[in-house]
Design a protein around this ligand. Structure first.
Ligand SMILES: [Zn+2]
Ligand SMILES: [Zn+2]
Length: 259
């Protein structure tokens, strides 16, 4: 049996066993554990398990790294963000009723080609929406109240990916990943696959390690270090707006005020 048939069999088992609301909520919780909690914990444990390797691959200098207390604080706030999002989701599912869902839980899963086109669509939609939300969060009238919190860690660690004000967590972290495919009416498995990928990418981007070439963690690490470069996730919108590393250097060379 090929992988697609195995996936179809597993999906058939799930939708004939559990109610739609249960599948919706369980999928959300599992994607957060598999996509973020586990990889972020693994990245953070490199420091303890392989200290020599860790020191050799940290992007920023040891003197810039957060203290143990700062890391513990970061983990607590990030876990809280996951808990309140799951709680909000659970409340919505409860009031909607477990028998109902607005998600596409079609008993027949889409072909691989649909999964791939959904993924590309979501990647572009997330890049565009995250870029503009992120740039808006850097506006001087907003920055201090909301986004400054995420920039506490100038040398980030994986859990710092979701160390954010609740408003930012919803607008910049949760909705750009989930909303485009939901509005497109994509199959729930497509939404979950993309969410797992993006959550892992966020953990990797903030890991502080240079051995990750895909995604290239240096891009977002530099945003934490320099603030006004690399607002996006894949580099496309930064390239268009000249806020990529090259653009930042260029503006800096001209002595212009950076946006
Ligand atoms: Zn960040
Ligand atoms: Zn920022």
């Amino acid at each position: 049996m090929d992988l697609h048939s195995s996936l179809q069999t597993a999906w058939t088992g799930i939708i004939t066993t559990y109610r739609p609301g249960t599948i919706e909520l369980a999928g959300s919780i599992m994607s957060q554990i598999i996509g973020f909690i586990i990889p972020a914990t693994l990245y953070m444990s490199i420091d303890t398990l392989f200290p020599n390797f860790s020191q050799g691959h940290k992007i920023q200098a040891a003197r810039r790294q957060p203290t143990r207390q700062q890391v513990q604080h970061c983990v607590r706030v990030t876990l809280f963000n996951h808990v309140w999002i799951v709680t909000l989701h659970a409340v919505l599912v409860y009031f909607k009723g477990l028998e109902h869902t607005t998600l596409n839980l079609n008993p027949t899963i889409p072909p691989w080609t649909t999964f791939i086109t959904d993924f590309i669509f979501a990647l572009l939609a997330r890049e565009i929406s995250f870029y503009y939300v992120h740039r808006a969060l850097h506006h001087p009238s907003i920055y201090t109240y909301i986004h400054k919190m995420h920039h506490k860690y100038t040398a980030p660690v994986s859990f710092a990916a979701e160390y954010a004000h609740p408003i930012e967590h919803l607008l910049a972290n949760v909705l750009p990943i989930t909303l485009p495919l939901y509005l497109k009416g994509a199959h729930y498995l497509s939404i979950l696959f993309f969410a797992v990928f993006e959550l892992w990418e966020a953990a990797a981007d903030h890991s502080g390690y240079d051995f990750l070439k895909l995604p290239p963690a240096e891009l977002h690490d530099l945003h934490h270090e320099k603030f006004r470069v690399n607002y996006g996730t894949i580099g496309l919108m930064d390239w268009i707006h000249g806020t990529d590393v090259v653009g930042w250097d260029r503006e800096k060379g001209k002595g212009k005020k950076k946006v």
